[in-house]
Design a protein around this ligand. Structure first.
Ligand code: EPU
Length: 419
């Protein structure tokens, strides 16, 4: 099992290019299964989750290859409609393929990925929506089959009880080739959903309202291939900004999606960091000690503060002057990184949805274990600013979402190696 060995205490300086977005790339790869033609995706991040998505596509008969940051997916001829249990287990986001497979093949079989690092992650909203679109659903010992009796789904009016990102994506993926119009009320508004819709429109889909809570999809007969550039990863961007805020120094984030990162940037600015954003670049400089954030930081669906950035911001606020309070409203179990941060000297108290962070003067290195993707990244953020050596194990979690993590940090002057 690999580890990151981080020697903290160095200020970060320099500029980095932001990677393509994981949470865009995955649903877009699923969407490419719908197109009868070749899709070329640029800025596709090199991540283990992306490789898992490629394996799923190839297992379904698509031809998917990844060279550097370009993915080529040809789904002109496809053959399968079942995702094996092994592939389902590799990545929770394999659930994203459900809507696409059902839309293209009229049938889809998969197993539900169990509860994972962030707590139970049910798919009841996904299934209820697909059922409204005509799918007959059976569950035999955990193997779920969705079947459109007429081969093609039908448009429906769907109101989500919560703006779930995955459910919104799955409904759109199933609706683009369905018969008639599908309306989604209380849809999620995350930028990655818009990115997937931009891609689908390039392939010939008819979708309106993405980025708003009312989305309308008019089904078409078929989709064709296209070339598409995946949007930058706002959470990876938030992580490197938080890391520089924690360690001190100055950095420029190039290829940044400024508007999409605004909910994070506006909170980070309150720590006293100087931040200037223009022309797809974000400059951040930290002078003195960070200030705690006065208002409760509530994670909310977009455009609220993103749950995916909660852990990395927390890691920076550990050494801020004063007390900051988080409220996690999206996932039940998203404070699992706090034990590791406490081991490094943090003063954190978790009480249900709330986490109270009382700023300490300094952190020290420790041996810690990554608990999940963003939690592991938060440990690295804290470690770069801490005194001494931190060893982070279970870094396969981090590799799921950060491209060349150690190279990026090294290029900023951080001391990190993989062992
Ligand atoms: N939920 C249900 N039933 C459902 C679907 C969701 O109860 O049928 C609940 C979940 O249990 C959770 C909440 O609704 O408590 C939000 O889940 P959502 O469906 O919005 O999240 P997701 O689609 O599973 C995506 C991202 C996550 C990100 C969330 C929220 C991808 C591949 N994953 O997950 O990203 O945290 O949206 O923004 O896009 C990450 O990148 O580290 C990550 C976990």
């Amino acid at each position: 099992m690999q580890k990151f060995i981080i020697t903290g205490g160095n200020r970060l300086n320099g500029e980095i290019e932001l990677q393509g977005s994981k949470n865009s790339a995955l649903p877009i790869m699923a969407a490419a299964f719908l197109a009868k033609g070749k899709c070329t995706l640029e800025s596709c991040p090199n991540l283990t989750d992306v490789y898992s998505a490629a394996r799923i596509l190839n297992s379904l008969g698509s031809k998917c290859s990844i060279t550097g940051n370009r993915a080529e997916i040809d789904s002109t001829v496809v053959s399968g409609s079942k995702i094996s249990e092994t592939l389902m287990r590799e990545m929770r986001s394999s659930i994203m393929f459900m809507g696409a497979i059902l839309g293209r093949m009229g049938e889809c079989t998969f197993s539900v990925p169990g509860g994972c690092e962030l707590g139970p992650r049910p798919i009841d909203m996904h299934l209820a929506a697909l059922s409204k679109m005509g799918a007959e659903i059976t569950d035999i010992n955990g193997e779920i089959t969705c079947r459109m009796p007429k081969g093609r789904g039908r448009g429906a009016k769907i109101s989500l009880s919560f703006p779930s990102v995955g459910a919104t994506e799955n409904i759109i993926l199933c609706a683009v080739l369905a018969e008639g119009e599908t309306v989604i009320n209380n849809a999620a508004r995350e930028p990655e959903i818009c990115d997937m819709c931009h891609f689908l429109r390039r392939c010939g889909a008819r979708i309106k309202g993405d980025g708003e809570s009312h989305i309308v999809v008019e089904g078409v007969e078929s989709l064709h291939g296209c070339e598409y550039r995946i949007m930058p990863d706002r959470i990876a961007g938030a992580t490197y900004l938080a890391m520089t805020a924690a360690a001190g120094g100055a950095m420029i984030l190039k290829n940044a999606c400024i508007a999409e990162m605004e909910p994070f940037i506006s909170v980070l600015e309150q720590t006293g960091c100087f931040i200037c954003a223009a022309d797809n670049r974000i400059y951040l400089r930290r002078g003195g000690r960070l200030k705690a954030i006065r208002d409760r930081i509530r994670t909310m669906p977009h455009p609220g503060f993103p749950t995916d950035a909660q852990a990395v911001l927390m890691a920076a606020l550990i050494t801020a002057d004063g007390t900051s309070v988080f409220e996690e409203n999206i996932f039940d179990c998203r404070y699992r990184h706090t034990d590791a941060l406490i081991k490094m000297g943090a003063d954190i108290q978790v009480m249900g949805k709330a986490a109270v962070i009382r700023g300490v003067k300094r952190l020290h290195g420790a041996d810690v274990e990554a608990t999940d993707l963003r939690g592991g990244a938060a440990m690295a953020v804290a470690a770069v600013g801490a005194e001494g050596i931190t060893r982070i194990s279970c870094i396969s979690h981090i590799d799921r979402g950060y491209e060349n993590f150690e190279d990026v940090i090294t290029s900023l002057g951080g001391k990190i190696r993989r062992e």
